[in-house]
Design a protein around this ligand. Sequence first.
Ligand code: SF4
Length: 282
Amino acid sequence: MEVILAEKYGFCFGVKRAIKITEKIAQTNPNTLTLGPLIHNPLEISRLEKNFGVKVQENINNLGQSKSVIIRTHGITKQNLETLKQKGVSITDATCPFVTKPQKIVEEMSNNGYDIIIFGDENHPEVRSVMSYSIKTPIVIANIESLKEIGKIPKKIAIVSQTTKQIEKFAEIVQYLVTNSLEVRVFNTICNATFENQEATRNLSQKADIMVIVGGKSSANTKQLFYIAQTHCPDSYLVENENDIQPSWFESKNICGISAGASTPNWVIKNVEEKIKNLKYP
Ligand code: SF4
């Protein structure tokens, strides 16, 4: 069986940047924590804790003795940022600039009287952080169907997207809004890194007869890659590391494609690749 890696996969600019910032801060301040996981990859989070002592705190009220807090890649809400400032801790912002962008757009457009629509998953930390910058509660839609269900479309809209969404779906939603509203300001906030990984996964999954996507199971961009792979290659699997691999998946397969989410470290991808290459069949 031939094993092929996607042309683009794994760590994106925002994740690399956040890890670099975190390692640097933790080296000078041993009491550093992140508010929520820095990135959506539990293996990398464990490495940061083991090698640099960086702990994760989910609850802003439980900062304990820590005087140094790093803001995760997906950002935090405007309210939580205010609370951190009031607590007087040292704040290091590792929010990806591609996430800061929709936060700023939402704040500005909301101040200018636009109703905000966000294409994304309401429970995702990035979307929650972007939502918090709107004066009025924004409308969050997971797909075009949920948009059609809201009934009356506001007259003056600004729309942004979660960074990891598929551009085709965003375009479909924009088209519907343009047809049903008087004024629509469209901001394409889908990030290139995600787009490139998606494109490479799409191309590879069209020729592979099995696809393995490596990444955290709560990572939105990893799940997107998995859905894209599955569309073209029904035998697609999402694994967090090499231990999730099952040899039976690969029987009578000729081409195995591998791709990985933007928060998946290279060492995890390598381990998965090696395990697949060394599989023994009866
Ligand atoms: S996928 Fe894009 S938005 Fe998300 S962290 Fe990476 S560069 Fe930033």
